[in-house]
Design a protein around this ligand. Structure first.
Ligand code: HPA
Length: 234
């Protein structure tokens, strides 16, 4: 397929090799306005604004994934396969499934289980285990340790359901799953298929164990830690 793609209007070379992906388009704009120098708008299809600018002299892009695996699937596929993007770092929020993972903590998805059928398209004769890029994960852990920010590394659940009628999400906790979000597994599968690198970093916004949730202001501050981590490894 040629560029522009059905969902991205940028020209060739307008995306950096590393793209940070929050779920929310307004978050992407916030990152461009507050963390990048000379940020240029490179996509605005469907209001999913993408920006490319500089962080400490390096070219970095930021664009939203939207919510859920279908949306993340579309944007990460087009970036990896048509815009020569090598690294996508998801910067999102997740709900904790463990007592010892508190709101505002940062978690890295070493792997991402899912209840979605996204992997069916690859027609594997078994189930595929979506995993992070070890290189990105190691760098992320190193910079997070240096910054003194508390973190956990482990398995995530990428769920198709924010509202789950069967209330089954907590079942994943018995297998040691850290938290639930809705995008990492699609990102990891697209990266694997394209031979590229991906990492999902999430700030815990709420706890399914304690019912605790962050305020919008708290989310903003904890988001700052996650942004610093993502930009340092970009
Ligand atoms: N479920 C799914 N995605 C989420 C949640 C949740 O509870 N919290 C933040 N992202």
């Amino acid at each position: 397929m040629n560029i522009p793609t059905p969902h991205i209007s940028a020209k060739a070379g307008e995306f950096a090799r590393t793209v940070l992906m929050p779920g929310d388009p307004l978050r992407a704009k916030f990152v461009a306005d507050n963390y990048l120098e000379n940020a240029v708008l490179v996509n605005s299809v469907r209001g999913v604004n993408g920006y490319t600018g500089k962080y400490k002299g390096k070219s970095v892009s930021v664009m939203a994934s939207g919510m859920g695996m279908p949306s993340m699937g579309i944007y990460s596929y087009e970036l990896f396969n048509f815009y020569n993007v090598d690294n996508i770092i998801r910067i999102g929020t997740a709900g904790s499934l463990r007592e010892d993972l508190k709101v505002r903590d940062v978690a890295f998805a070493m792997g991402a289980c899912t209840n979605s059928s996204y992997a069916n398209q690859f027609e594997m004769p078994g189930s595929f285990a979506p995993i992070a890029s070890y290189a990105l994960l190691k760098k992320a852990v190193d910079v997070t340790k240096d910054m003194g920010i508390p973190y956990k590394v482990g398995n995530f659940l990428s769920s198709d359901n924010f509202y789950d009628d069967s209330l089954s999400t907590m079942k994943w906790a018995k297998m040691g799953i850290l938290c639930v979000e809705m995008e990492a597994a699609a990102l990891y599968m697209n990266a694997a298929r394209a031979g590229k690198n991906a990492l999902a970093v999430c700030t815990i916004s709420d706890s399914l164990v304690t019912g605790e949730a962050t305020t919008a202001e708290e989310r903003q501050n904890s988001f700052h830690n996650m942004m610093k981590i993502a930009l340092e490894i970009a």
